[in-house]
Each structure stands twice: as C-alpha cells, then as structure tokens.
Design a protein around this ligand. Structure first.
Ligand code: ACO
Length: 703
C-alpha cells in the first residue's frame, strides 16, 4: 500500500471536483457545496468547461488549467468520460481519484472500469470507487461526498460497501450518538479495497476502531492479512451470508462451505469481531472506540434495580461472560454503600434507594479494584433520582478513579431524561445503552477483542516441496487423460506424499489379481470401484466391505463391476481397489475448498450423522497451525466425543491436529491445481493409537 498516495486521496490538502455543476440538486453541485459547508480548509478547485464561477469559487475549464497542485480529484461526470479524465489527472500529478460516478462493473461494464484503473496505475494514482458516495473525514473537515453532512464526531472510522447505507448511517450517527471520524464509501473496489483501507486506518491517529460493512471481499486473503497485523479493534458486519460457493459443489466439503461459516472463521483467525446486524455494529463500535479491551473474565454489575440486574446476568451468560461472586473484601466494601437490604453479591444491588453518592462510591471503588476486569453500571429511572445527576456521578467516579485500563459500559432504562443522561455519558467517553443486554453485549465485544487479538493466526506458510512435486505429476497425468478429478488411489498417493496416514490400497485389474492383492493385504478386505466417472461409489453399489476369503473376493469383483455398469454404462473403469479393512474408530471428516475470497480453506468435523444431519463442522483459512487445529477440535458441538464421554477413552486428538496441519500444507501447496478435497471418513483411535484416512477425494480446478 502506498500510504502517501492514499493520504493524498482521502486527506487532501487540495481537491478538484471534476463535473462541478452549477445546477443545485445535481451531484456535482452538492459535492462542492458539502465541501464548503463542512468547513474544508484546503483549496477547492471546481472543474467544468461550461462555467466560470460556483458558490463563490473560480471554476476552471479543465484540470490542466488549475495553477496549483492537486492531491485528490472527486469525479462526478458520466462514466464514458472517465478514461480521458483519468489521463488528464495523471498528467497533472493528482494522487488519487474519488470516483462517485456509477455505470461500471456493477452494470457489467467491467472493460471501462479496467481501462480507468490501468490508466490510473500508469501514473501511480489510486482510485476509490467507482459507484460511491465519496469519502468524509471529520478531523480534516473534509466532506468529499454527496452525503449532506459530516458524521457525529468520534473516534471510529467506517468503510461501507453500500453507498446508500453510508448516507443513512451518517444521519443515524447523530440520533444514536455513535461518533465517527471517517466514513469511506468503497463501492466497486476497482483499486482501493478493504485491505488497503484497514492498513491505512491502522496508522491513522484519529481512528481508534475500524468498523466495516462488507457485502463480499474480492481479495479476502489480503484483507485478513491486513486485519491480522492491525493493532486496533476491527468490527465487521457481513451481509449476504446465505448461498455462496455451495452451489454445484462436487465434494461433501464444498456443499458445507457456506459464506457465513468461511467468513466467520476467517474473521476470527484475523481477530475481526463480528456484528450481528446494524444495531449491533453501532453498539459494539461505540464501545470499541471508547473503551479499553476487557482483559479477563471478572465482570461486575452494579444496579439499582433487581430486574435489570437479572436481565444483565442472563445476557452475560449468553455472551460468554458468566458472572461470579466478587471476593469477600470487595463485597464488604460495597456493602458500605447500600442499605441493609441491598446485596453486594454480583450483580451488586444498591436498591431503588440508590442516589448519586452510592453510585459514585460504588463505581469508584469497583472500577479501581484489581479483581474487576470489566464494570457494567445499570440504572432504572426512579421518582426519587435524577438521571443526569446519576450520570454525573458515574462520570466523576470514573474520572476520579483515574482508571483507564478497566472498561465500563452503562445502561439507563427510562424516558427522555435517561436518554439525555446517556448522551452526556457518551460525550464523556462512557458507552451507554437503553437496555441492560446491550451494555453486556458491548462489554462482550471488548472482551472478544482482547481474546481474538491475543490469538490471531499467523499466515506465514512453509511448503512441502517434495510432496508438491510428486502430487503435481500425479495431477498432470490425470489432466492429460482429460479428467477433472483423481481416482481414490491417486488421491491417496497425494495424501500420503503429505504424510497423511491412509489405508493401504492397491488396484486390481482382474479377478485373479484381486485375490492375490487381498491375500497380500490380509483378510478381511474392502473392495471399491475405481472410475473417474463414479465419484459417489456407494451410490453405484461399488463398495463391498468385510470380505473374508478368496471366494468372497471373486464374488465381490463380479458384483461391483456389474453394479458399476448398470449405474453408468459409459464409465471408464480403471479396476477395483483392494484395501485393508481398518478397525472401526471415531468417524471424522476433513476436507477443503478453494474459497473464492479466501483461497484454500480447511474443514473439520465429526463424520456420520454429525456431518450429514447436524452439519457440525468448522473451517480455517489455510495454512493452519497446530494451535489453530486444536482449537478446531474444541469448537465443534461434538467436541466432548473426542475428549471421551460415558467411559470411552479419549481419542488421539494430537494425531488429528497434526493431520489437519499437514492437510492445510497440502491444499496451500496445490491451490493452483485443487478445487475441493474430502478425507471421509477419517477413523480416529484411542489416544496414542493414531488414525487412518479410509477414503480420499480430490477434485481438480478447471484449467
Ligand atoms: N470535465 C468537467 N466537467 C464536465 C465535463 C468534463 N470533461 N464534461 C461535462 N462536465 C460537466 C457538465 O457540464 C455538468 O455540469 P452542468 O450541470 O453545470 O452542465 C457536470 O459536469 C455533470 O455532467 P452531466 O452530464 O450533467 O452528468 P449528471 O450530473 O447528469 O450525472 C453523474 C453525472 C452524477 C456522475 C452520473 O453519471 C452518475 O453516475 N450518477 C450516479 C452516481 C451515484 O449514485 N453514485 C453512488 C452510488 S452509491 C448509492 O447508491 C448511494
């Protein structure tokens, strides 16, 4: 990322508006008007060949006629003019273009968009957009957009893929009192994308939290790498999580890899916190931009009402922060600031009699105590208290404590007076919400930030070049035969090359050969059809298990061949695989997809009904470290089964984690060749006894 160019683009010292219209109501007019009304202190150069003056500013016929230097050019002329305009800006030495204009790839006109980007690149210019509202920055008083005003000032910055939503949220920042420094509309992402802006905002001294509305990432891997390096909290609302990539998947894994799961895993790996909806994005952003991370699990709740206290307690459990009683010394001290019938347990109930002083004393003590990792203060509006005075007490207690490392969130339940009191708290850096569960959710976001930040994934990758060479040869042979998948035997050779423990499998081309191989492997054996055209072997009657003697081998050979011919007469049959019959173990599934946004992604789950019915699987963008692999084993619902339930001994989780790591190396190495893979089932034995991959499937990328 060229920081200097993006600075010029989004924090310009001088700006041209190309297409500055003299007609009020047109976008080119609004942009100039907004720049002036926003209080922009840099120089504004309106450009229009048909005008001489606009809103008191001199208008230049072309950008070439402007006497001074221009950092950024906001473009509001029709799409077809963009190649010529970009060329002119390049010659003038402009650092970047904010292209508001629509009519590019979003309506299928990709060629025009590419042409514009190619010209910009040849001059080292960056392009934001096209098809955007523009870019706004409170700290620069720069409203380079057609959104009517700068947002309610604050410390978060939002990047939005939807322009309309950005305008709507701009207005909502005032009613919701959630402050933003920058609002950046990213549109078609023809050049500047989420990764560039996350990296840039991470260095921006006016931004403490990066907030994202994402519809789809074009370069998901670049994004998670940028997010992984970020020091600041990043919160994302991802829309469109329904049908993605899952259509027409040839493997089991492909059909399970919905956007929600893959995006969710990728975000967690990169330390990105997720928002469930727009309200959640606002609430969590408010807390993340104003408060420190919650570094432990000791949450203390102080309240004047039992009801809101219980609601908050329920929410705490729901959001993964179950309450514990505070130590006795904390309780003893808190007891001094409540009536006899109050409770110093957690939630700390000051009772409805609680006034300003009790709030002040208990908040100041609680936030200062080393046991407290996070403090939530609840207040129900009462006839005897004044919400604004309570808010003053809370604010003063926090300020007097001089504690900044322990986060606090607040909820006031009441009417207009409570709303005004909460607005006061937010203005003073204390997040405040109209319902207790929201204050808890906000605190949970501060805890999530700490937890995710501490265990971000490392995406550096070490190839297994020897295995890669061998695998590429096997794949080339299959491609030379016009195939788009490997046979089970070939797939197992690839798996083996990467150190995966597969069942011993050999190909028999005749009945006699089958008998000889079965004797060599040792009875009982499994026999399976080998045909590139029959991927779902069991459906074709192409699998026989537990074959105990020579006669049974001969029988099975004939039956499998005849079933396969009935299933698909034209199938090219390579022969029949004779395979050792592995002892039964806990059935697991491993697999991979080459995700359109994130690239190679590993899936793990328990096999059988767990995967078929419950879809109890988890994903990680590759490469996966051993720590990450262990996390995967722990986060599926069936995790206790691997740990050993009802007297069963624990499974070999170490072997499983090592296998996931090797699997991820394989799919990273072969990402240009492989589309999807399955290892299903993987039979996992008792601790120390390893595992066996019984069936293997590799679908190739179309070339
Ligand atoms: N250099 C400078 N100015 C020029 C040039 C040039 N080469 N050529 C023409 N102009 C002037 C025109 O004379 C006109 O000024 P005038 O009104 O004073 O005569 C001005 O530039 C605009 O040109 P028009 O041809 O009038 O274009 P119009 O304003 O109708 O539309 C626009 C341009 C707004 C960029 C349109 O093409 C467009 O893309 N609209 C959609 C934009 C949008 O919504 N983007 C955000 C999407 S996100 C969301 O949904 C919110």
């Amino acid at each position: 990322m060229d920081k200097n160019q993006i600075n010029g683009l989004l924090r310009p010292k001088s700006v041209a508006v190309i297409g500055a219209s003299t007609t009020p109501g047109k976008i080119g007019y609004s942009v100039v008007d907004n720049l002036i009304k926003g209080g922009y202190a840099g120089t504004i150069y309106p450009i229009n060949p048909n005008a001489t003056e606009l809103l008191g500013l001199k208008v230049y016929p072309t950008i070439t006629d402007v006497p001074g230097k221009i950092d950024s050019a906001i473009v509001t002329v029709p799409a077809k003019l963009l190649p010529a305009v970009t060329e002119e800006c390049g010659k003038k030495g402009v650092k970047g273009l904010i292209v508001i204009t629509s009519g590019f790839s979003e309506v299928g006109n990709k060629a025009l968009e590419d042409e514009m980007v190619t010209i910009a690149k040849s001059y080292n210019m960056r392009i934001l957009g096209p098809n955007i509202v523009g870019s706004l920055s409170n700290s620069d008083k720069f409203n380079g957009s057609f959104a009517p005003f700068l947002p309610f000032a604050g410390k978060s910055s939002l990047i939005s893929q939807s322009g309309a939503l950005l305008i709507a949220l701009d207005a909502a920042t005032y009613t919701r009192k959630v402050g933003f420094d920058k609002l950046i509309s990213i549109g078609n992402m023809s050049d500047v994308d989420f990764a560039d802006l996350v990296e840039w905002l991470d260095d921006d001294q006016d931004t403490t939290c990066i907030s994202l509305y994402i519809e789809g990432l074009k370069k998901g891997r670049a994004f998670i790498e940028a997010a992984q390096k970020s020091k600041k909290p990043i919160i994302a609302l991802k829309s469109g999580v329904s049908a993605h990539g899952a259509a027409a998947a040839a493997s089991h894994t492909g059909s399970l890899a919905g956007a929600a799961k893959v995006y969710g895993s990728a975000f967690r790996q990169a330390g990105v916190i997720q928002a469930a909806d727009l309200n959640d994005l606002f609430n969590r952003t408010q807390a993340l931009s104003l408060q420190a991370p919650m570094k432990g699990e000791n949450l203390l709740i102080v309240t004047n009402g039992g009801g809101v206290g219980v609601l908050a307690t329920d929410a705490a459990e729901r959001y993964g922060l179950p309450l514990q009683f505070a130590p006795q010394d904390v309780q003893d001290e808190l007891k001094k600031h409540m009536p006899e019938f109050g409770s110093a347990k957690n939630p700390v109930d000051l009772t409805g009699m609680a006034g300003n002083e009790w709030y002040y004393d208990s908040v100041k003590f609680a936030i200062s105590h080393k046991w407290t990792d996070g403090l939530i203060v609840l207040y129900c509006e009462t006839a005897m208290t004044n919400p604004m005075e309570i808010a003053h007490s809370i604010k003063k207690a926090v300020a007097d404590s001089k504690v900044v490392e322990t986060p606090i969130t607040v909820s006031f339940v009441g009417g207009e007076k409570s709303d005004a009191a909460m607005a006061y708290l937010v203005e003073n850096g204390i997040p405040a919400f109209g319902a207790p569960d929201l204050a808890v959710n906000a605190m949970a976001a501060l805890h999530e930030f700490y937890v995710l930040h501490a265990k971000k994934a490392d995406f550096t990758f070490k190839s297994n070049s020897k295995a890669r060479e061998l695998s590429v040869e096997i794949i080339a042979k299959a491609r030379a035969e016009g195939r788009d998948s490997l046979t089970e035997i070939e797939a197992k050779e690839v798996f083996s090359a990467y150190g995966l423990l597969v069942t011993n499998t050999s190909l028999a081309k005749s009945e006699d050969e089958a008998v000889a191989l079965a004797k060599k492997v040792g009875f009982p054996v499994v026999m399976k059809i080998v045909s590139p055209e029959i991927l779902h072997k069991s459906d074709a009657g192409g699998v026989k298990v537990n074959i105990k003697d020579e006669a049974a081998v001969r029988d099975a050979y004939k039956t499998i061949l005849s079933n396969a011919k009935t299933y698909k007469a034209e199938a090219n049959i390579h022969g029949i695989a004779i395979q050792e019959m592995a002892p039964w173990g806990t059935e697991c599934i491993l697999g991979s997809v080459n995700d359109p946004s994130f690239g190679p992604t590993v899936m793990f789950g328990l096999g059988g009904i767990f995967v078929e019915v419950l879809k109890d699987v988890t994903f990680r963008v590759a490469p996966v470290s051993e720590d990450q692999a262990e996390e995967m084993l722990g986060e599926i619902k069936g995790a206790p089964i691997l740990k050993g339930v009802r007297g069963e001994s624990p499974r070999d989780r170490k072997a499983l984690a090592e296998t996931i790591v090797k699997y991820s190396t394989m799919i990273m190495d072969l990402q240009d060749e492989i589309k999807e893979t399955d290892a299903n089932p993987v039979l996992v034995y008792e601790e120390g006894k390893g595992l066996k991959v019984v069936d293997a499937r590799i679908i190739l990328k179309a070339k």
